[in-house]
Design a protein around this ligand. Structure first.
Ligand code: GLA
Length: 756
C-alpha cells in the first residue's frame, strides 16, 4: 500500500519508491503538512514544529491564553484565508455577507485504488493500474465551503499528483477570488528556485536563483501558459547539481494563465502555492456547485536535477500523453512554412513533396495559408474551407498526389482564433473576446474566439470534424498565435466575468477531448507561435508540441536544454531549416542542424530542392541515422552533460539505454588554440565494457589540420569500461570550423564477450 493512515495519530503516509510524504490531522482538525522528501522511516514529525509564541502571529481562538499555536507558523496542507495565517493563501472565498474567511477542518478520507480524474480538465491517467488515490475531505463549518484534496500516488514512478475541489456546501452563494491547486510547505533549508522564462522564439530559458526573504512569482496572465513563464518550477538544495542533491518539481497540468508563488516565511520555512492565475479570476459557487482546481504533478529526487528530469520525462510520456502515438515513432516530416510561407499552390507543394519523398521524408505538412482568404496573416482565420485559388479541387487531389509519393499528409489549423476580415467574424462578431465599448488590442491582427461559449466549441468541433472526415489527414498542427487580452464574454453576467478566462480553457479542453477522441489515428502536434503553450495540460492531447519558432540550431540548443528539465524529447517538435537561418541569419552545417533536430521529433522545414546533391545525400543519411537511433533517443534516459552557464564552448547531451548510449555534442564557440573537448559520460554501467561503434564528426572543415581520416578509424572499436568513461571521461577529437557537431555511439559488450 502506497497510502497509509494511522487512526491513532491521524497521520497519513504516502510512499513512493524513493520518497515519503506525510500529513497529520492535528488536535484541532487542521491538516498539517509534515514532510515531503527522500524516503524516511517512522517517527513523530510534529516535533519539528514545536509551539512557539511568535509576536504578531495570532493564535487560534481556543489557544488565546496558552499562546504559541498559530496558523501563521505551522506547515499546512492547503491554507485558508484571513484567519491568522499571513503567508501565501490558497483560497479566497467571499460569502453572501461579503466576508472572506476560510478555515478548513478535517472531516473524513478515503483511500481508493486507481487514479482520480477531474471533470473537464486534463490529468494524469493510470492505464497501467499502478496508482492509488487518497481523498481528504475538509470543511469550513462557518460558510460551509468544502474542500476535497486529491492525491494520486504513482509509487514506482516517484510522482504524486495533487488537485483540490471546492464545493459550496452552505446555503448562500460563495464567490471564489482565488482557488489554488496546492500548497507545499517545505522543510527548512537553503533553496534555489529554477524556472524557465523566455519570449517568443526564445522559450524556456533556464534561470536558477537563490530563494530570498520575499515572495518570488512565476506566472502568466496571457490566457496561455506562455512563452514567457513556463508552468514548471524546481526548488532545489542550493548545493544541488545534475547528479546530486535534493530537488522538487512542481508542474501544473494547465495551459491557461497560471501562477506559482514561493515565500520564505519569518522562520525560514518555504511555502509554495501553485494553480490558476488569480489576477482577474473569480468563480461563483451557487449552493451545491463545485470548482476543480487543475492538477499539479509533484516529483522529488535526492539525486539531482538530471534524475528529477528523467522522472518527468517518463511520467509525461506514460501517464499524461495518451493514445497510440505516445511511444510510437512519429513520421519524419517536411513542413512548407519556412519554404513558402503563404506563397504556394498545389504544384509548389507537390514539387517540395516529391524531392522530400525521394530523400526519405515520410509526411508532408501543409502549414498556414490553405484556407479562406489567407495570403498573409491579416485575414482568413475562422474560415476553415479550402482556398481553391491555391489548391484547385480542394485538398483531396493534393493529398492523393502526396499519398502517391508514399507520404502521409498533415495540415495546420488555428481554430481558437478569428480574423476581423473573415466570413466567420462577419457572421458572428460577438464570438470574439472584446471589452464592451473598447477597440480590442490586436495580436497578429487577429482576435480570440470565446471558447467559454459552448456553441463556439460545438461549431469548431463540427468544422474540424468535417475537415478530417472529408480528407485523409494523418496529422494536425494546432496553432494559437496570440495571447488573450480584452477578456470579456458576452454570455456571462457582469458578476461572473472573472470566469471567462478559465471557461475558455475548459472549452479548449472539451474541443480537444472531442476531436482527439473521435480521431485517434490522427497525430496532433500542439503549437502557439512555437512553444507558447508547451505544458503538461497540452501534452494530454498532443504528444508533441512545436518547441519554438526559432529554428536556428545554436539557439535551439538552449531552448531544448531548458525544455529538457521538465519535458521529454518525444514531445519536442524540432526541424532542420534553411541557412542562413530565417530568424537569426546564422549559418550552421546541415549535419549540426540535424543532430539538434534529432533530439526531438525530427523533420525538415525548407525547400529540399534548393540543396546541392551532396547536401541532399546528407538528408537521406540523416533520416537513416534518426530511424536507426530512434528507440535509443526516445526511450533512452536523457542526460545533460554540459551546463551552458558554465561551458560556453560546446553543448553536449546523451541518451543512455542498458545496452548502448549516444553522445551528442555541438561546438558553439570555436576557439583558436582550442582546449580539449572533454566529457564525463553518465548513465553507464560502471562495471560493463563499451565499444565505440560509431563516431560521426559533422560539419568540420578540418579536424586538427586534416587528421580526420586517421583519427576517426583509430578511435572506432576502442573499448572502455563504463567507469572509465564516466569518471575519467572521454576527450573527443578537436573540431574546426563553424558549429561542428559529433555523434558518438557506444555499444555495451555482451558480458561473455566482455570477459573474454
Ligand atoms: C506560428 C507557428 C509557425 C507557423 C506559423 C504560421 O508562428 O509557430 O510554425 O505555423 O504560425 O502562421
Amino acid at each position: 500500500m502506497a497510502i497509509q493512515f494511522d487512526p491513532g495519530t491521524r497521520t497519513f503516509v504516502l510512499r513512493t519508491r524513493n520518497t515519503t510524504y506525510q500529513m497529520q490531522v492535528d488536535g484541532r482538525g487542521r491538516l498539517l503538512h509534515l514532510y515531503y522528501g527522500r524516503a524516511i522511516g517512522t517517527g513523530d514529525l510534529v516535533g519539528l514544529y514545536p509551539p512557539a509564541d511568535h509576536g504578531f502571529s495570532p493564535d487560534w481562538y481556543p489557544f488565546r491564553l496558552m499562546r504559541g499555536v498559530s496558523p501563521d507558523v505551522l506547515p499546512l496542507e492547503y491554507t485558508g484565508f484571513n484567519v491568522g495565517d499571513f503567508r501565501l493563501c490558497c483560497v479566497i472565498a467571499r460569502d453572501a455577507n461579503g466576508a472572506a474567511g476560510a478555515d478548513f477542518l478535517y472531516e473524513s478520507h478515503e483511500i481508493l485504488p486507481g487514479k482520480y480524474s477531474l471533470a473537464g480538465l486534463p490529468a494524469a491517467h493510470d492505464e497501467d493500474n499502478e496508482a492509488e488515490t487518497l481523498c481528504i475531505r475538509l470543511r469550513d463549518p462557518i460558510n460551509g465551503l468544502e474542500l476535497t484534496l486529491f492525491y494520486g500516488v504513482f509509487a514506482d514512478q516517484d510522482v504524486i499528483t495533487r488537485a483540490a475541489r471546492l464545493t459550496n456546501g452552505g446555503a448562500g452563494v460563495i464567490r471564489l477570488e482565488k482557488a489554488a491547486s496546492l500548497c507545499l510547505d517545505l522543510p527548512f533549508g537553503r533553496w534555489d528556485l529554477i524556472h524557465f522564462h523566455g519570449r517568443h522564439a526564445m522559450e524556456r530559458q533556464m534561470q536558477r536563483v537563490p530563494l530570498s526573504n520575499d515572495i518570488q512569482t512565476v506566472s502568466s496572465t496571457r490566457g496561455a501558459s506562455s512563452h514567457h513563464h513556463n508552468p514548471f518550477v524546481i526548488l532545489c538544495d542550493h548545493q544541488a547539481t545534475e547528479e546530486h542533491g535534493l530537488c522538487y518539481g512542481v508542474m501544473p497540468v494547465y495551459s491557461g494563465s497560471h501562477r506559482t508563488d514561493i515565500e520564505v516565511d519569518q522562520n525560514g520555512l518555504v511555502r509554495l502555492v501553485s494553480g490558476i492565475q488569480d489576477q482577474g479570476f473569480s468563480w461563483t459557487l451557487e449552493p451545491g456547485a463545485q470548482f476543480d482546481a487543475p492538477e499539479v504533478l509533484l516529483a522529488c529526487s535526492a539525486d539531482g536535477l538530471g534524475a528529477l528530469s528523467r522522472i518527468y520525462h517518463r511520467f509525461l510520456r506514460r501517464n499524461i500523453c495518451r493514445g497510440q502515438f505516445r511511444f510510437a515513432r512519429r513520421p519524419v516530416l517536411i513542413n512548407n512554412w519556412e519554404a513558402t510561407y503563404f506563397d504556394f499552390n498545389t504544384e509548389k507543394i507537390c514539387h517540395i513533396a516529391e524531392k522530400a519523398a525521394a530523400l526519405g521524408v515520410e509526411m508532408l505538412v501543409l502549414d498556414d495559408g490553405w484556407f479562406g482568404k489567407r495570403d498573409d496573416d491579416n485575414s482568413g482565420l475562422g474560415d476553415w474551407y479550402v482556398n481553391e485559388n491555391k489548391l484547385p479541387g480542394g485538398l483531396r487531389p493534393l493529398i492523393a498526389r502526396i499519398n502517391a509519393l508514399g507520404m502521409k499528409f498533415g495540415i495546420w489549423i488555428e481554430p481558437e482564433m478569428v480574423s476581423e476580415d473573415s466570413d466567420l467574424y462577419r457572421a458572428h462578431p460577438d464570438w470574439a473576446l472584446a471589452l464592451p465599448g473598447r477597440a480590442p488590442a490586436m495580436g497578429r491582427n487577429q482576435l480570440v474566439l470565446d471558447l467559454g461559449r459552448p456553441e463556439v466549441v460545438d461549431y469548431l468541433a463540427e468544422r474540424i470534424r468535417t475537415l478530417l472526415r472529408d480528407n485523409p489527414i494523418n496529422y494536425v498542427k494546432w496553432d494559437m498565435n496570440r495571447n488573450m487580452s480584452d477578456v470579456y464574454s458576452r454570455v456571462l453576467p457582469p458578476d461572473r466575468q472573472g470566469e471567462a478566462a478559465h471557461r475558455y480553457m475548459l472549452g479548449v479542453y472539451r474541443l480537444l477531448e472531442t476531436l482527439t477522441g473521435e480521431f485517434p489515428d490522427v497525430l496532433f502536434e500542439g503549437c502557439a507561435g512555437g512553444g507558447g503553450r508547451f505544458d503538461a495540460g497540452m501534452l494530454a492531447y498532443f504528444p508533441q508540441i512545436w518547441c519554438s519558432d526559432d529554428t536556428d540550431a545554436i539557439e535551439r540548443l538552449t531552448i531544448q536544454y531548458g525544455t529538457s528539465f521538465g519535458y521529454p524529447v518525444s514531445a519536442m517538435g524540432a526541424h532542420v531549416s534553411a541557412c542562413p537561418n530565417h530568424q537569426t541569419g546564422r549559418s550552421t552545417p546541415l549535419w549540426t542542424r540535424a543532430v539538434v533536430a534529432m533530439s526531438g521529433t525530427f523533420g525538415y522545414e525548407l525547400d529540399l530542392n534548393r540543396l546541392s546533391e551532396e547536401e541532399a545525400a546528407e538528408v537521406t543519411a540523416q533520416i537513416e541515422t534518426f530511424k536507426r537511433d530512434y528507440r535509443l533517443i526516445q526511450d533512452g534516459d536523457y542526460y545533460r552533460l554540459t551546463d551552458p552557464a558554465e561551458e560556453p564552448r560546446f553543448v553536449a547531451w546523451e541518451f543512455a539505454a542498458p545496452d548502448q548510449a549516444l553522445i551528442n555534442l555541438v561546438v558553439t564557440h570555436p576557439e583558436a588554440n582550442a582546449r580539449p573537448l572533454h566529457l564525463w559520460l553518465r548513465g553507464l554501467d560502471p562495471d560493463a565494457l563499451y565499444r565505440v561503434e560509431r563516431l560521426d564528426l559533422h560539419g568540420c572543415a578540418r579536424v586538427c589540420d586534416e587528421t580526420v581520416p586517421e583519427e576517426t578509424p583509430a578511435r572506432l572499436g576502442a573499448v572502455f569500461s563504463g567507469s572509465t568513461l564516466m569518471y575519467a571521461g572521454y576527450t573527443l577529437p578537436q573540431l574546426f570550423g563553424d558549429y561542428p557537431s559529433v555523434q558518438m555511439h557506444l555499444v555495451r559488450l555482451a558480458d561473455a564477450a566482455a570477459r573474454a
